[in-house]
Design a protein around this ligand. Structure first.
Ligand code: SF4
Length: 406
């Protein structure tokens, strides 16, 4: 790709900014994320370090050997690709003082050409209160990703979540009253003690909450989590014995598909449904391999040609920033083979599928025969040049991806 074409491509596309807040109030039993339970006294210095990283990102990335081609040599700020989406995730970013969220967004506006169409904050129900929600909206948050996971107290308790069903119904109106018009909620299929009946009830309650966007994740048992260790080693503390089977989880997924379709949601990605027009602009960038910059401990970035990630340890991250360095822990150029795999793994997550002709032309490969055989095996659907996962294979997409890479 020529430099000139690359610049036009970036400017047109818009960049996503992800900000990682790696702090939680407690550790959920199934969680293997790099998040810590720390004193709230650590929040402000962390936010300050992230603001510094945002403000100095050009110099810090340059010193770390990372190319971020959003500005032509000698160009001005108006030559830069605009940041059009911000996603503040975690962890539990709603634990921060509202001023911290404001400072992060001020740093984005001061450091980029910001045309912010979608600004998301992840918030757990028990952390939401009126003063904070109003301040978030004033700071520019226009979408809240609400980590509710289940409406069943029995499931929430077993999973080690801090909130209960009543917190969900207390928090949602607060967000609406604060002016948040775009609420996304997460549900997890496969929590301990989940049954067909309790899952049905959670889906019914979802309807009464009427969020604009819904994510349904299948619980992944990771050996790095307390629940995962109990599955491997035995024990009764984290209810490993009450986990639904894989078949039940697949049923739960299909129940969610049916219920959400009936409620008028558009299924646009394996785990995501939206009311028309409320598809996540930020997350679409990941699946479409569009550029994004990650800020904060453990945050990942993608420029189109390179991927890199900051150190996970928040203390190491803050120390490095205080010393004027960016602790980039992983940094790789994306090879053509990797890029092609990503086109499949990420692209096929979208229900619209991928355009095989575009991919064949871009990577100089011939894939039609392979996709014809996958279509004959019922794993994918083919419509001219467009291929997509077969509807009945969405809950077992990993198996399809394995077949695809054979
Ligand atoms: S709130 Fe999220 S990030 Fe924090 S421990 Fe629970 S699952 Fe992990």
């Amino acid at each position: 790709m020529s430099a000139r074409y690359a610049r036009v491509f970036w400017v047109k596309m818009g960049v996503g900014a992800y900000i990682q807040v790696p702090f939680c109030q407690t550790k959920c039993t199934y969680c293997n994320f790099h998040t810590g339970v720390v004193s709230s006294a650590r929040f402000a210095p962390y936010v300050q370090a992230v603001c510094q990283e945002i403000r100095e990102h050009r110099e810090l990335l340059g010193a770390a050997g990372v190319k971020w081609p959003v500005q032509k040599a000698g160009g001005t700020a108006s030559d830069e690709a605009a940041v059009d989406t911000v996603y503040i995730g975690g962890g539990t970013p709603s634990l921060l003082e509202a001023q911290g969220v404001q400072n992060l967004l001020d740093a984005i506006r001061a450091s980029f050409r910001a045309e912010l169409a979608e600004v998301t904050l992840e918030a757990d129900p028990e952390t939401i209160e009126a003063g904070k929600a109003t301040a978030w909206a004033r700071a520019g948050i226009n979408r809240v990703s609400f980590g509710l996971q289940s409406f069943s107290d029995k499931e929430l308790i077993a999973a080690g979540r801090m909130h209960r069903r009543a917190d969900i119904y207390r928090a949602a109106p607060i967000l609406r009253e604060a002016g948040i018009r775009n609420i996304s909620v997460d549900l997890i299929a496969g929590l301990p003690h989940q049954t067909k009946e309790s899952w049905e009830e959670s889906l019914e309650e979802l309807e009464s909450l009427a969020p604009e966007h819904v994510s349904v994740y299948l619980l992944e048992i990771d050996e790095g989590s307390r629940l995962g260790r109990e599955v491997l080693q035995g024990g009764a503390r984290y209810s490993a014995g009450a986990l639904p089977s894989e078949d039940e989880m697949a049923d739960f997924y299909e129940m969610a598909q049916d219920a959400l379709r009936r409620m008028g949601y558009h299924h646009y990605e394996i785990s995501n449904w939206a009311k028309p027009g409320y598809e996540s602009k930020h997350n679409l960038k990941y699946w479409r391999r569009e550029p994004y910059l990650g800020f904060g401990a453990g945050a990942h970035s993608f420029s189109g040609g390179e991927r890199w990630a900051n150190a996970h340890d928040p203390a190491a991250y803050v120390n490095a920033l205080e010393g004027g360095r960016l602790p980039v822990e992983q940094h790789e150029k994306v090879t053509s083979e990797q890029a092609l795999e990503e086109e499949f793994f990420l692209g096929l997550r979208q229900l619209d599928g991928i355009d095989l002709a575009r991919i064949e032309q871009k990577y100089g490969v011939k894939l039609s025969a392979k996709f014809d055989s996958l279509a004959s095996a019922g794993l994918i659907q083919r419509e001219g040049s467009v291929v997509r996962l077969a509807p009945g294979r969405l809950s077992v997409s990993n198996e399809v991806f394995v077949e695809l890479m054979r």
